[in-house]
Design a protein around this ligand. Structure first.
Ligand SMILES: [Fe+2]
Length: 370
């Protein structure tokens, strides 16, 4: 089910308000990704997507019915590759990054003072260099929230010891562009490694050990220069990838066996139209009870019946040479069956999205008992 533009589902997902906000997390790199959506228009932006989380992010955008206008990166990351190019391929969203970075495939080169609109809302672009030359912070138009990338972190800040980092520059950025926002402005960082997800201008002014309280620029610079940090592990791989905006090198992307759509729950699914067209090359596995299979609801011709409670014991009897599409009445029991097959090591498995009830509603035939 996909919501339509400005739909009730999107408004409800936004908690009844006019701005949808989701904070997503990539655990291996401690990276936050942020999704914002304007409920009225259905337009959205994604900040700092992670390459490996592309399918997760895309499924959320699709399930909420958002039209993604842009992916914005706060800077050229050294610890992970951006998902911007993949999202651009999937949705046509613009690829936004500071023009100063000079990366390839950027379709929306950003400068200090730019505004990135999405529907009736917008993000203010502020240049906040110091961690890198090309660092940007994005401030929501009403100054209630800001996304600070690696310039300002919760009770910390980005390192200044590589990638053109400079502690004096970072001090000027944080004090002039971020802590100058209203005290109640919520600040969302690019990373956290200890489970903290959000802070505020007032908190960082009071408690940030490097630059809050009575700290001066000299204190801050002294602190930053004394830090002895290990070399970032993935920089040799991540930075070149980000200089291509996350576009994979060459055409070495694996070819999928079917146009799978992954649900936000993480399940590979196929739509009835594709399954109907390729039915001859597939095993259609029906996991309802035999009463339902033989009953008036009907079944897809040629499908194999293994009721869900018997599936685990009978997995080996499913022909190995064909991809398996699992079906039930609504797509719920078959979702569990799909998970069981994947767990058992079957590679080419998908759930029929919406089950037989959607299959029938879309006009595809069911064999009924005689
Ligand atoms: Fe960074």
């Amino acid at each position: 089910m996909v919501a339509s533009l400005g739909s009730p589902l999107l408004r409800q997902a936004a908690g009844g308000g006019s701005l949808l906000f989701r904070q997503l997390f990539d655990a291996p790199t401690g990276t936050f990704t942020y999704l914002l959506g304007d409920v009225g228009s259905g337009e959205g932006v994604l900040i700092d997507p992670v390459f490996e989380q592309h399918e997760r992010d895309l499924s959320l955008v699709r399930e909420l019915g958002l039209r993604l206008v842009a992916c914005l990166d706060t800077h050229a990351h050294a610890d992970h590759v951006t998902g911007s190019w993949l999202m651009h391929q999937a949705t046509g969203s613009a690829i936004g990054l500071a023009a100063a970075v000079g990366a390839e495939n950027v379709t929306l080169p950003l400068h200090h003072g730019d505004r990135v609109p999405f529907g009736g809302r917008g993000l203010e672009v502020r240049s906040t260099p110091g961690h890198t030359d090309g660092c940007l912070s994005f401030v929501v138009d009403d100054h209630a929230m800001a996304f600070t990338g690696d310039a300002l972190l919760v009770r910390g800040c980005g390192r200044c010891d590589f990638q053109q980092g400079d502690a004096h520059t970072l001090w000027a950025s944080i004090t002039g562009q971020i802590l100058s926002l209203p005290d109640s402005c919520l600040l969302y960082p690019g990373h956290d490694y200890t489970g903290r997800s959000v802070t505020s201008v007032a908190e960082e002014k009071a408690f940030n050990a490097r630059l809050g309280g009575d700290a001066t620029e000299r204190d801050f610079v002294g602190h930053m220069q004394a830090m002895k940090l290990p070399h970032p592990g993935r920089i040799a791989e991540a930075l070149p990838g980000n200089m291509r905006s996350g576009r994979p090198r060459g055409d070495d992307a694996p070819v999928a066996w079917a146009p799978l759509q992954r649900s936000y729950a993480g399940l590979p699914e196929l739509l009835p139209a594709w399954v109907a067209e390729h039915r001859g090359a597939l095993t259609i596995l029906d996991v309802r009870s035999s009463e339902e299979f033989e009953g008036p609801d009907g079944r897809i011709a040629g499908s194999l019946l293994i009721p869900l409670p018997e599936l685990e014991a009978r997995i080996a009897t499913i022909p190995a040479e064909r991809p398996v599409v699992v079906v039930c009445h609504s797509g719920s029991r078959s979702a569990l069956a799909t998970q069981q097959l994947l767990k058992a090591g079957r590679q080419q498995v998908a759930n029929l999205h919406g089950g037989l009830s959607r299959w029938q509603a879309e006009g595809y035939p069911l064999d009924a008992p005689h």
